[in-house]
Design a protein around this ligand. Structure first.
Ligand code: SF4
Length: 356
């Protein structure tokens, strides 16, 4: 689809949302096509477009900050090119290495974005939807319900906000929402992150709870991104409870789609497993996980569960003990470092509400 076609479709979705929602939606700078920006620059020399695109895409500067543009032009562009997201809160933890924003979209929905700086990489975790319809019981986003899909421009703008703090090397779509339930805008954002913001596709990760048709479609795209499947249970009875979408696409269908994805992309699959005491950390759980992960040659990320309403956090050492059960079964597992618990920025804690 052409850029104009994509934006037109996204705007029509936003218009639908507008009818259902409180305030009017207006496009942010990343929702505007190059043709639209050209129109806004009517009467200006052609190099002004290059300056504007360079400022937005390479430097993540807002138009009012582009001092290379004449004052009168900045004033003219200030409103039509204003950011689409307004930060309601910006909090930091881990001595500034973790930052979390709560943003309001132009029509009043709430989304959260988390930046995590490590010695050799900086990852930003973006939201692809405001809220989420998947209803995973241990996740604060799921408990809040679905509000609307984000446009690809809104997804890109979250990365732009993060890049204003630090150079971003990796982007993970693991924030609020299920990326593959917002398939077209997610894929558009992945392409644009590469083409417009210059982030290699190999450094982009899509996380899904197991939308089987979406995994198959993604496998057929020419997009060498990473895929992380939030598994959390490897028997259907338990997974039906922890990940309700499993009732629609059970483990057998998920395993087939994952196998297709690895065969077509030749990329390593990750399985995410939030360790919950007495629920999915027993030797039998390790054996079931090994039976699922082995044929896919998948890597397992063990996530200490964070505190959300109704769920207590994983006790220290529990994830490591579960990893020790997996090792003799030949499963490669990493216990993920938990970031930003104290500012409700960690996995499963994004509720779309300021916490300060
Ligand atoms: S874990 Fe992910 S898919 Fe499940 S409710 Fe939370 S945001 Fe949605």
């Amino acid at each position: 689809m052409s850029h104009n076609g994509r934006v037109a479709r996204e705007l029509s979705v936003a218009a639908t949302s507008r009818r259902e929602r409180r305030g009017p939606w207006r496009p942010g700078p990343f929702d505007r096509s190059v043709a639209e920006l050209e129109e806004l620059l009517e009467g200006e020399p052609p190099y002004r477009l290059t300056q504007l695109l360079d400022g937005l895409r390479r430097r993540s500067a807002w138009v009012t900050e582009l001092t290379e543009l004449p004052r009168a032009l900045r004033d003219r562009l200030a409103e039509p090119c204003a950011p689409g997201l307004t930060p309601l809160e910006r909090r930091s933890a881990d001595r500034g290495a973790t930052l979390k924003w709560v943003f309001a979209t132009s029509d009043g929905a709430r989304v959260e974005t988390v930046l995590m700086a490590y010695p050799r990489r900086t990852t930003v975790c973006v939201s692809t939807q405001a809220g989420c319809a998947m209803g995973c019981p241990f996740c604060a986003t799921g408990q809040g319900g679905f509000v609307r899909h984000l446009t690809s421009g809104e997804i890109l703008e979250q990365v732009a906000w993060a890049r204003r703090e630090r150079p971003v090397t990796h982007v993970v779509m693991m924030g609020m929402g299920e990326p593959l339930a917002n398939y077209g805008r997610t894929v558009s954002a992945l392409r644009r992150l590469h083409q417009e913001l210059g982030i290699s596709a190999r450094r982009l990760t899509v996380s899904t709870v197991g939308i089987v048709p979406g995994i198959r479609r993604l496998a057929a795209e020419d997009l060498p991104v990473n895929l992380a499947v939030s598994l959390h249970a490897a028997n259907d009875a338990l997974r039906d409870r922890l990940v309700p979408i499993n009732r629609r696409w059970p483990l057998s269908a998920l395993a087939e789609a994952c196998a297709e994805w690895t065969a077509r992309t030749r990329r390593r699959l990750s399985l995410e497993w939030a360790v919950i005491a007495g629920v999915n950390d027993r030797p039998s759980d390790a054996q079931e996980l090994a039976r699922f992960a082995h044929p896919l040659r998948a890597h397992v990320n063990l996530i200490p569960l964070n505190e959300t309403p109704g769920f207590r956090p994983t006790a220290p050492g529990l994830a490591e003990r579960f990893a020790a059960l997996l090792a003799p079964l030949g499963v490669n597992a990493t216990v993920r470092e938990t970031r930003g618990r104290q500012i409700a920025a960690a996995c499963g804690q994004l509720a779309g509400q300021p916490t300060g």
